[in-house]
Design a binder for this molecule. Structure first.
Ligand SMILES: Cc1cc2nc3c(=O)[nH]c(=O)nc-3n(C[C@H](O)[C@H](O)[C@H](O)COP(=O)(O)O)c2cc1C
Length: 358
């Protein structure tokens, strides 16, 4: 398939199809990356919730299955928050009735949420494992670490949710910009502002970023089939990054309750919520979002909000009950179809190319 009208991302990242599998911490691993790479797209390994050894194992699994294929390692790069015991206590207090209801031990110490930022250790891992692509969410790491990532030979991507963020990423060393529209599932990649009214949809965001920057643009958010890919290219993107549509594939690591919610929710049934981690993220509405949010000033800063929910989830997840679990999903969820990720990637590309070249 060499007839793509815009080859900038294909040439930059060494892939055949203008489709990047979204890294989805907790929901995707090497199986998904392998399937997408086999089709000719870019597979990704989300590292935010893995130990260094787990990341090494996943990279080895990928490289054994897809020798020589490029791989995207994805990291969060938030500032860990200053301790705020009062806020933590207020948040836990707000959950007390739920602890009583499900039989969780309210007096036990609150577990610590496990989303880690890119740091010295992650940088050494990149230098040793030399992935072809490194992508960041929530901006970029400090300049010295970023320099080392670039010196390792990796191409650097990061998400922009506004034109201002795209310009900042271009000025600070990115090789391509992921334009993440409001429709997208998971955490908003926003990092220059925490005002959610600044967040705009993919159709408005992509062409305005494409006009503002010189770098190639990857459209993300609400793209679930070939029509979204064709539209994104028409809007000035060189490729797309797809998340939610891959959650329906057998390679996705979603709980049975999450899968049930994905299978039954309506497109209008997602919202931005900060309850699960402290940062706004899009997920399918559930009980705690309806009763305490979806956005709440009580939630501690990212990623600490998740800690006090862990004891509730430990009990309810096992019962197949998603009242207290994040059900990340984008707005285009009803485009999702249960099929292997390799087949989905090929099908989106083939149908898009047929439309573009007819
Ligand atoms: C379950 C889930 C987890 C996600 N986790 C990450 C992540 O770890 N890192 C990241 O950069 N983006 C993450 N995202 C955002 C995606 O990279 C992407 O921007 C988004 O899925 C695109 O919108 P769509 O879901 O409408 O396809 C996640 C999205 C979902 C749905």
């Amino acid at each position: 398939m060499s007839n793509w009208p815009d080859r900038r991302i294909l040439d930059l990242l060494g892939i055949e199809l203008p489709i990047l599998q979204a890294p989805m911490a907790g929901a995707s691993g090497s199986a998904m990356a392998i399937a997408v790479a086999r089709a000719g797209g870019l597979g990704a390994l989300p590292c935010a919730m893995l130990t260094g050894d787990q990341v090494r194992g996943e990279i080895e699994a990928f490289r054994t299955a897809c020798p020589g294929q490029p791989l995207n390692l994805n990291f969060f790069c938030h500032q860990p928050p200053a301790p705020d015991p009062e806020r933590d206590a207020r948040w836990k207090q707000a959950l007390e009735a739920y602890y009583a209801e499900v039989g969780a031990d309210f007096a036990a110490p609150t577990p610590v949420s496990n989303r880690a930022p890119f740091d010295e250790q992650s940088c050494v891992l990149v230098e040793q494992m030399r992935p072809d692509v490194v992508s960041f969410h929530f901006g970029l790491p400090q300049a010295a670490l970023l320099q080392r990532v670039k010196a390792s030979g990796a191409k650097v991507l990061s998400s922009a949710t506004t034109v201002e963020e795209a310009l900042w990423l271009e000025a600070n060393g990115c090789d391509a910009i992921i334009a993440m529209g409001y429709e997208a599932g998971g955490h908003r990649g926003m990092f220059l502002s925490d005002d959610i009214t600044s967040q705009i949809g993919t159709f408005a965001l992509v062409p305005q970023i494409a006009d503002a920057v010189h770098l190639p643009v990857i459209a993300a958010g609400g793209i679930g089939d070939h029509r979204g890919l064709v539209a994104a290219l028409a809007l000035g993107a060189s490729a797309v990054q797809i998340g939610t549509a891959y959650l329906f594939c057998p390679e996705a690591k979603v709980s049975p309750a999450h899968r049930r919610a994905l299978d039954t929710a309506q497109a209008s049934d997602t919202a931005l919520t900060n309850l699960f981690t402290g940062r706004p993220a899009r997920g399918i509405n559930n009980r705690i979002m309806r009763e305490l949010g979806p956005m709440s000033d009580l939630a501690p800063r990212f990623p600490l909000a998740g800690g006090a929910l862990m004891p509730l989830r430990a009990i309810t997840d096992a019962q197949g009950n998603s009242d207290f679990s994040n059900l990340w999903s984008g707005q285009a969820l009803r485009l999702g179809r249960p099929m292997p990720a390799e087949q989905l990637t090929r099908e989106i590309a083939e149908k898009a190319l047929a439309r573009i070249t007819r």
